[in-house]
Write a protein that binds this ligand. Structure first.
Ligand code: PLP
Length: 484
């Protein structure tokens, strides 16, 4: 049954608190507010008891899918389990209640956490300097692109273009465009990798940088990366790595060692901080030494064992985020890295790769797999075979919800027809992977036996198939419902 709106549960005069009698003289606040600021109609707020409120939100929380409730193989998003110790420690009074305007000398612990986290990220990615400011991966991309621009400006040749493959995440061309660049798209090879010939023909004096994701969004490692880096550097352009897929590389490959000049980290993906539903995220970037002077101000630097903010950076691209980023997300990532240690991080990536390949082999007989080679932490199936029988990938994704799983990412990357991008992550057990595989296999059978079921799925969720566009086109649906 759908959960009613707060306004529908509201009962006039019901309140969620009771206060003791006043033992001082009561002042009518009405008298303190100038007439012009006063409401002419009462606010339309729901009136409820505490229990009503708790139950309402609890119901909502279990109606929705989340990683604590079930398997969430949303490709590219790395929906791993977020250990509860992250929450406990990030919730400590001394961390949670820090005020961002507190003087630096009063918060050495917070600076140390951020400083050490920066050092770990440098070590993990093979980079020389890090900023923790960007609020998400896409924001990191924008920051990195501004650094690419500053680098070329400093050499008196601003350049115009960013080259990226057709498998890129949509944020890559969007970030390049918002930073003022034209984008040039290059086609992938049938094997799913960067086409070196195409890349060569797109590189010239106008190209400021090349953005790649490695492993790419098909889950394939760009094995010619050394050659690619050489070509890019030969024309004095910079090589940017979209690090959203870093969960495949921890302790195995460092972007800085294979030719990348800049990389962003999605702390909310790789380093187990909660995400989905909009944030908050964190997208630090790491750069090579010769680019560090362009990083945003302030820079966290270490002087005689102490971390402090350095604002005196004349080449900096400026400030890109309030204060120093999303601090509590940084704390969670720091705890995760400390908890796993170097070996644990490597093990996490190894298991993420193992889980993805295990699942891929189980599903290969039932769905098309356009790229059959060994994959990294995720793989992309195609629903082409099912489409021929009249069942779209969207129908399959909806039916998966009936099995209690979140659907994979669908219709991305764009270069695979009817794409289903599956990323199990390392935190799932073999039993969960088997259950998911069995659900996918039973759905493949339903395509033959019960196509109508698939077309109407989901059948067991709190709401069935939604019109996915109406909420964006008609922003006041809830209001209309109330007033109809
Ligand atoms: C998630 C993702 C991004 C964008 O990161 P946000 O943190 O969501 O802004 C960019 N590229 C790839 C490949 C991604 O998976």
């Amino acid at each position: 049954m759908p959960e009613p709106l707060l306004f529908e549960i509201s009962s006039e005069g019901r309140i969620g608190h009771s206060l003791p009698m006043l033992d001082v003289q009561e002042i009518d606040v009405e008298d303190l507010i100038p007439e012009k600021f006063k409401r002419t109609v009462p606010p339309e707020l729901p009136e409820m008891s505490e229990l009503d409120v708790i139950r309402h939100y609890h119901h909502l929380s279990v109606m929705n899918h989340h990683v604590d409730k079930g398997f969430y193989p949303l490709g590219s998003c790395t929906m791993k389990y977020n250990p509860k110790i992250n929450e406990t420690l990030a919730g400590l009074n001394g961390l949670m209640n820090l005020h961002p305007f507190q003087k630096e000398n009063l918060i050495p612990g917070a600076l140390q956490i951020m400083g050490e986290l920066s050092d770990y990220l440098c070590e993990i990615a093979g980079m020389d300097a890090v900023t923790l400011q960007p609020a998400a991966g896409a924001h990191g991309e924008m920051t990195g692109l501004k650094i690419i621009r500053a680098y070329h400006d400093s050499r008196g040749n601003p350049r115009k273009r960013i080259v990226l493959p057709d498998s890129a995440h949509g944020t890559n061309p969007a970030s390049a465009t918002i930073t003022g660049y034209e984008t040039v798209q290059i086609k992938s090879t049938p094997g799913g990798l960067v086409d070196i010939q195409q890349l060569k023909s797109s590189l010239n004096e106008d190209v400021a940088g090349v953005m790649l994701t490695n492993p790419n969004t098909l889950g394939l490692f760009e094995s010619q990366i050394a050659e690619i880096a050489r070509l890019v550097h030969d024309i004095d352009a910079l090589l940017y790595m979209d690090g959203a897929n870093l969960n495949a590389l921890l302790g195995i490959v460092r972007p800085g060692d294979i030719g990348f000049d800049i990389v962003h980290f999605n702390l909310h993906k790789t380093f187990s901080t909660p995400h989905g539903g909009g944030g908050p995220g964190s997208g630090p970037i790491g750069v090579k030494a010769d680019l560090s002077r362009f990083l945003p101000v302030p820079m966290l630097i270490k002087k005689e064992d102490k971390y402090l903010f350095d604002y005196d950076r004349p080449h900096s691209i400026g400030k890109i985020q309030g204060f120093y980023g999303n601090f509590s997300i940084l704390v969670r990532a720091y705890i995760y890295i400390r908890m796993l240690g170097a070996r644990g991080l490597r093990k996490a990536s190894e298991n993420a790769i193992l889980n993805a390949n295990y699942l891929m082999h189980k599903l290969m007989p039932y769905y098309d797999l356009p790229h059959k080679q060994h994959h990294m932490h995720e793989f992309v199936l195609s629903g082409d075979r099912q489409k021929e029988k009249g069942i779209k990938t969207l129908d399959i994704a909806k039916r998966i919800l009936d099995h209690g799983f979140h659907a994979p990412t669908v219709y991305f990357p764009l270069i695979v027809h009817e794409a289903m991008m599956i990323e199990p992550t390392e935190t799932e057990s073999k039993e969960t992977l088997d259950d998911f595989a069995n659900a996918m296999i039973s759905i493949a059978r339903e395509v033959e036996t019960h196509p109508d079921l698939l077309k109407n799925a989901p059948l067991t969720t709190p709401v069935s198939r939604l019109n996915e566009a109406v909420a964006a086109r008609n922003l006041d649906v809830a209001y209309k419902k109330l007033n109809s």
